[in-house]
Design a protein around this ligand. Structure first.
Ligand code: ADP
Ligand code: ADP
Ligand code: ZN
Length: 210
């Protein structure tokens, strides 16, 4: 039976968003990225967006209850299955999630701090379609537009050196403990995020369709 309640876990820059886009194209799960939802709230200047922005710009986590209230209805509405990207990120979020959904598998993508810093410094995102690029591996020198839609490429406000270091610290302190939490539940699968993205992708598809 295919696994349809899926969590992507891993430090910032591990490749969660990159993998998520390909997984949903192939398997038709609903992609729920709390980071993407929050950035949309920020750009629309909603109350939630105004509150979240300060936390995000510093690389800190937005308070648990705001995140849980934001994501819960979307998860419950995804009756054909979901791919959670960036949630849960704390023990409290994982506990809350377990009360309204069962998780089939947690794909834990690991990546060392030095590589996280290198990747996030070079990350560029399309304003039009959200496609994710990297200066060091799939963007030609000086390229400023998206190959898919012609949209403008931008650097996220939180992809700056000082903020990146804090985000990794926050990951280690608040999110990494979830590895053990899901290991104990017997649903954890660990992947090497430093491998090429096609390689990580085929491993994931193998797990999800086994
Ligand atoms: P996350 O969602 O986990 O923060 P992203 O998918 O945004 O990670 O990837 C972070 C950066 O690393 C992006 O610039 C992306 O293009 C690049 N990237 C993603 N996967 C790989 C990979 N396997 N090898 C090299 N670079 C990658
Ligand atoms: P990345 O995968 O590169 O770390 P995300 O796009 O997932 O980035 O998240 C960006 C920021 O949004 C986080 O640094 C945090 O401030 C906020 N955020 C996203 N998801 C959560 C969450 N589940 N709990 C708390 N804050 C979150
Ligand atoms: Zn685009």
């Amino acid at each position: 039976m295919a696994l349809t309640h899926v969590v992507l876990l891993g430090p910032p820059g591990a490749g969660k968003g990159t993998q998520a886009k390909q997984i949903i194209d192939k398997l038709g799960l609903v992609h729920l990225s709390t980071g993407d939802i929050l950035r949309d709230e920020v750009s629309r200047q909603t109350e939630l967006g105004k509150t979240a922005k300060g936390f995000m710009d510093r690389g800190d986590l937005v308070p648990d209850q705001l995140i849980i209230d934001m994501i819960r209805g979307r998860i419950e509405a995804a009756t054909a299955g979901f791919l959670l990207d960036g949630f849960p990120r704390t023990a409290a979020q994982a506990e809350a999630l377990s009360e309204f959904a069962t998780i089939d598998v947690v794909l834990n993508i690991g990546l060392a701090r030095e590589e996280v810093v290198r990747r996030l410094t070079g990350r560029r995102v399309c304003r039009g379609c959200g496609e994710i690029y990297n200066l060091t591996f799939n963007l030609a020198e000086g390229e400023t537009t998206c190959a898919d839609c012609g949209g403008e490429l931008y650097q996220r406000d939180d992809d700056k050196a000082e903020v990146i270091e804090n985000r990794y610290d926050v990951y280690e302190k608040s999110t990494a403990p979830l590895i053990d939490f899901y290991k104990k539940l017997g649903v954890l699968r660990t992947l090497d995020g430093s491998a090429g993205s096609e390689c990580v992708f085929s491993e994931i598809i193998g797990i999800l369709t086994a």
